[in-house]
Design a protein. Sequence first.
Length: 134
Amino acid sequence: DINSRAEYNVLSGELNLSRPDKGRLTATYSYFVGTYENRSDNTSYEFADHVITGHIYPVEWRKVTVDFGGTWYRSKRDQDMEKMSGDFGLAYMLMPTLQIEGRYRVFNFDNFLVSNEYYTANIFEFRLIKDVQF
């Protein structure tokens, strides 16, 4: 037990569009409203959060796949913060069971209640992926 508790209600919707000749699009929206309590350090607050995500997956072209998307998060009431993230991926199929992938991710965070509480992160990932079947 970490001595904390969150109670909330959520309203959420999701959209998935797919066409075999074009690719796929996913999008979601969620609204959370509730309370958070941490009894170990007497912290509690109310929150109302909006979260929007989206991702696009075009069809593969000459053994190359790309995808890109992002998330936006905004918290209100006792909290006043915003987070955004985005990513872009590129993969190339070297052989039927082997591919190489590169991905770039960016994260931004701002706490509007504290003037110097913000950060940005840029992450680059490279992978060699091997499919193994038993």
